[in-house]
Design a protein around this ligand. Structure first.
Ligand code: PHE
Length: 388
């Protein structure tokens, strides 16, 4: 081991000279400045602040200096190393900032771009409405009943107290099903007079969901509470207010002691569930062969709440300033219908009501054209919050 260096001799420890320390410091600062990535900065740190860094090695030599030179050299090296660490810290922060900004740019997701999932389809708003309407009754204890769309005339008409020659057959423009051999049926057979062409296959495309009443009465035990949503057909041209194929939902209750009060209550509960409580309903006389007495149900306009009727009030587009909106046909089940199904009308009574699903949808959502429900434009469906 060499003896303590009593006479300060800067030449003996060149690495500790002011010029050498400055050179090492400058080299370090230049390397730190030149580092353009965090990895490069790490290399610069190892080279200039690591165990083998020139200033670290120089510092190890301080002990060999004469005492009066130690403090001076120690301060010089210490200051240089602090500058280097400071520069590394600043460069580190800057490079991390750059990297984070870079990540934000390269990993940016443009949420407004069209998605590339394969559309899988979704249920149509009319279907959803029919289900919602049915659910209201299911919650009241009704069962869902379904029937065929190609229906026997007997179910669609006769059993519902609409005999072949009855003018009521013409209330609904019926689509008749041809006989398989294409021949016209016997005169006076099912097909009805005045319902051209008289094909007489005995089958029709059901004109309403009421035949499901008959099917339910014939097959289900009493008391009976059913609701039947489904597609119905009429010989109508498609326009802004008519569809040749549309949906109805029908309710039927047959029990001992049912009265019109029960019918009113069911209808009110239905309107409350769909439009919120507080809208009045009213019944006015109407005619349906299968109900007696019959009525049509109106509800107070849910948009203007009757205000538009008042003099000087703003007109209402929804109720055409009538204050009321017709929503359903209804009545007490005609005893003849009960008899046709083998039910004793002295013991049982019932009520029924039927309404158009598209119309309910249009009312609830302010849709003007019934055609929109069949156009198949997904923009219509999407407006109902459906994922398509
Ligand atoms: N079936 C009738 C129609 O389509 C509606 C209705 C159903 C009326 C039940 C009264 C009772 O016009």
């Amino acid at each position: 081991m060499s003896a303590p260096n009593k006479n300060y001799d800067p030449v003996a420890v060149t690495a500790l000279s002011a010029a050498e320390v400055d050179r090492a410091l400058e080299a370090a600062l230049a390397a730190i400045e030149a580092a353009s990535t965090l990895d490069e900065l790490k290399e610069a740190r190892l080279a200039h602040d690591g165990d083998k860094a020139p200033l670290r090695l120089a510092r190890a030599e301080i002990g060999a200096l004469p005492p009066e030179a130690k403090a001076d050299a120690g301060r010089r090296v210490g200051a240089a190393m602090n500058r280097i660490r400071e520069a590394i810290g600043q460069r580190q922060a800057q490079l991390e900032r750059n990297r984070d900004e870079q990540v934000l740019v390269t990993e940016r997701v443009d949420v407004t771009l069209p998605f590339d999932r394969t559309p899988e389809g979704a249920r149509h708003p009319v279907t959803m409405t029919a289900e919602r309407l049915a659910d209201v009754f299911v919650a009241m204890g009704y069962e869902v009943a379904e029937g065929p769309e190609v229906e026997a005339e007997w179910y669609n008409f006769d059993a519902l107290n609409i005999p072949p020659d009855h003018p009521a057959r013409e209330m609904q423009d019926t689509l008749f099903v041809a006989r398989p051999d294409g021949e016209p049926g016997p005169q006076g057979g099912y097909g009805g007079t005045g319902s051209p062409p008289m094909l007489g296959s005995g089958m029709v495309l059901r004109t309403h969901t009421s035949p499901v009443q008959i099917r339910s009465l014939l097959t289900r035990p009493l008391p009976l509470y059913v609701v039947s949503p489904g597609k119905v057909y009429r010989n109508e041209a498609l326009d802004a207010t008519h569809l040749p194929v549309f949906y109805q939902i029908e309710g039927l209750a047959v029990d001992e002691g049912l009265t019109m009060a029960d019918l009113r209550g069911a209808i009110q509960a239905f309107v409350d569930a769909l439009f919120g409580a507080g809208l009045r309903t009213r019944l006015r006389p109407d005619y349906f062969p299968f109900t007696e007495p019959s009525g049509d149900v109106s509800m107070e306009c849910h948009v203007c709440r009757g205000e538009s009727v008042k003099p000087g009030a703003d007109p209402c587009r929804i109720c055409r300033s009538m204050g009321w909106i017709e929503i359903a046909g209804c009545g007490m089940v005609n005893p003849r219908v009960l008899v046709a199904c083998g039910i004793d009308p002295d013991r049982y009574s019932g009520f029924a009501f039927g309404l158009g699903v598209e119309r309910a949808l249009m009312l609830a959502h302010g849709v003007n054209e019934i055609r929109d429900t069949v156009d198949g434009d997904v923009r219509f469906s999407r407006a109902f919050g459906m994922e398509i």
